[in-house]
Design a protein around this ligand. Structure first.
Ligand SMILES: *Cc1c(COP(=O)(O)O)cnc(C)c1O
Length: 406
C-alpha cells in the first residue's frame, strides 16, 4: 500500500515581521537586553562552520578577551548557548549534586534562582536571605558557615531585581575560601560595568550573559571556572544530569575545538565583537564611563523628584531601582513611555519599583537625556508632580562636572 495523499491544513496568515516591529527601534533602557553597537549587530548576521579553522581562531581570541573582562588567567572559560540563567545552571550543576552542601545567599530574584538551581540538582541547600533591598554581609556569611560545613557558596554581585550591590563580595569570597567552600558568582550585570577581579578575589565560578554589561545579543553566555573549581568538575564520578550544560563536554568545544553541540555561531561572533570593544575601551575607562553615567542619571532622577529604592552606600549602579510614586500603576506608565517616547524601561518582580539600566551602550549621554525625559514626562502624564526640567538640568550638571565622556 502506498502512502496516502497528504492533506495539510492551511498555513496561518501572519503579518510580515516588518509590520510588527516598530518602524524605529525602541531605546532599550531597562534591565536588559540593551542596545548593541553596529559591529555586534553585523557579526550577528554571519554564519560560518562552527568547527572550522576560522571558528577555532575566534574561540581562542574570544577566550583571551573574556579572561580580561573577568580578570582571570584561567583557561577554563566556556560559552553556553543559552541565557545567562543557562550559564548559572552550568556553574551550579557542575559543582553541586546529591550529597553536596550549598549555602545560597539570597538578595533577590536572581541570587534566589541560584538557590533554586542548587535544590534542583539535589544538593543539600541552606538559603541565607537578607531583608529586601539589603546586601549580604561577610559577617552574616561567616556566622552561617560556622554552622556548616558547606562545599559551595552562591551569590550575586549586582542584584538586578532590586538594585542592590553586594559590595562585600571580595570579603565573602575570602570567608568562603577559609571555610574550604567554592564560590559561584552571578556577575551578569557587573562584568565590564564595575570592578570584578576573579583571580585576585579568588572566585571559583563566575557567570555572565551577553545582553547586559557586554552589550551583545541575548542567547550566548559565559562561565569561567578557577583551577580549583575545575578539579571538582573534572573529578566528579556521579552521572551528569545535564548533557548540554556538562562543563567537561563543553570543554571539548571551548578547549579542544571538537564537536559538543552545534555552537551558536552568530551569537559567538557577536560576543567576540562586544568583547573586542570592551578591550579597546579598557576596563578602567569603561567602569568610569558607567560610574559617571549612572551617578549622573541618579542625580537627575532625584532632582526631578523621584525616589531611589536603595540607599547610596549599597546601591548598584548597573541597574537603578526607582520608587513608583503614590498609587500610580507602573505598567501603564511603562506602556505609555514606550508608545509615546519610544523608550523602554523595566518593571519589577513584585516590588513597587521600575528599573533603569546602566549597562554598556545605555551609558551614553544622548541615551541618558532621552530616558530621563521619557521617564519624567510619563510619570507626569499619570499625575505625579515632577520637575522634569530641573532633573534634566541636574543630569547635565552632573555629566559636565564629572570628566567628559560621550
Ligand atoms: C538578567 C540577569 C540574569 C538572568 O539572565 P537571563 O539571560 O534572563 O537568563 C541573572 N542574573 C542577573 C543578575 C541578571 O541581571
Amino acid at each position: 500500500m502506498s502512502t496516502p495523499e497528504p492533506t495539510y491544513f492551511a498555513p496561518p496568515e501572519v503579518a510580515h515581521l516588518d509590520s510588527i516591529l516598530p518602524s524605529e527601534p525602541l531605546l532599550l533602557m531597562g534591565a536588559g537586553p540593551v542596545p548593541i553597537p553596529n559591529a555586534v549587530a553585523r557579526a550577528n548576521g554571519v554564519v560560518i562552520n562552527h568547527l572550522g579553522e576560522t571558528m577555532e581562531r575566534v574561540v581562542v581570541e574570544l577566550k583571551r578577551m573574556a579572561g580580561y573582562a573577568f580578570q582571570t588567567r584561567s583557561d577554563k572559560i566556556l560559552g553556553v548557548a543559552g541565557p545567562a540563567s543557562a550559564a548559572m545552571e552550568m556553574a551550579v550543576s557542575n559543582l553541586l549534586w546529591r550529597g553536596r552542601r550549598a549555602l545560597c545567599l539570597k538578595t533577590g530574584t536572581f541570587s534566589g534562582r541560584l538557590g533554586e538551581m542548587a535544590v534542583g540538582v539535589g544538593a543539600d541547600v541552606t538559603i541565607l536571605e537578607t531583608e529586601t533591598g539589603k546586601p549580604i554581609t561577610a559577617d552574616a556569611v561567616r556566622r552561617a558557615l560556622a554552622r556548616g560545613p558547606y562545599d559551595v557558596v552562591t551569590l550575586v554581585q549586582g542584584e538586578t531585581s532590586c538594585g542592590v550591590l553586594n559590595g562585600e563580595l571580595p570579603e565573602i569570597a575570602r570567608v568562603a575560601r577559609e571555610h574550604g567552600a567554592l564560590t559561584v558568582v552571578d556577575a551578569v550585570v557587573t562584568v565590564s560595568t564595575m570592578p570584578l577581579e576573579m583571580d585576585r578575589w579568588d572566585l571559583d565560578a563566575v557567570v555572565t550573559g551577553g545582553q547586559k554589561g557586554l552589550s551583545s545579543i541575548p542567547g550566548v553566555s559565559l562561565v569561567a571556572f578557577s583551577d580549583r573549581a575545575w578539579e571538582t568538575v573534572a573529578g566528579r564520578r556521579e552521572p551528569r544530569a545535564h548533557w548540554c550544560l556538562d562543563a567537561v563536554r563543553a570543554q571539548r568545544f571551548w578547549g579542544q575545538h571538537q564537536y559538543h553541540y552545534t555552537a551558536p555561531v552568530p551569537g559567538i561572533l557577536a560576543l567576540y565583537e562586544a568583547l573586542r570593544l570592551v578591550c579597546e575601551e579598557g576596563l578602567a575607562a569603561r567602569h568610569e564611563r558607567h560610574r559617571v553615567s549612572s551617578l549622573s542619571l541618579q542625580a537627575g532622577l532625584e532632582a526631578m523628584g523621584l525616589g531611589l529604592f536603595i540607599p547610596r552606600e549599597t546601591r548598584l549602579n548597573s541597574v537603578i531601582a526607582v520608587r513608583v510614586p503614590g498609587t500610580v500603576d507602573a505598567r501603564s506608565v511603562l506602556s505609555y513611555m514606550s508608545r509615546k517616547f519610544r523608550v523602554e524601561i523595566s518593571g519589577s518582580f513584585g516590588l513597587d519599583i521600575v528599573r533603569i539600566g546602566q549597562m554598556g551602550e545605555q551609558c551614553r549621554s544622548h541615551n541618558l537625556f532621552k530616558a530621563l525625559y521619557a521617564t519624567g514626562m510619563s510619570f507626569r502624564h499619570f499625575g505625579v508632580d515632577l520637575n522634569v526640567s530641573e532633573g534634566l538640568a541636574a543630569l547635565e550638571r552632573a555629566l559636565t562636572s564629572e570628566q567628559e565622556f560621550e
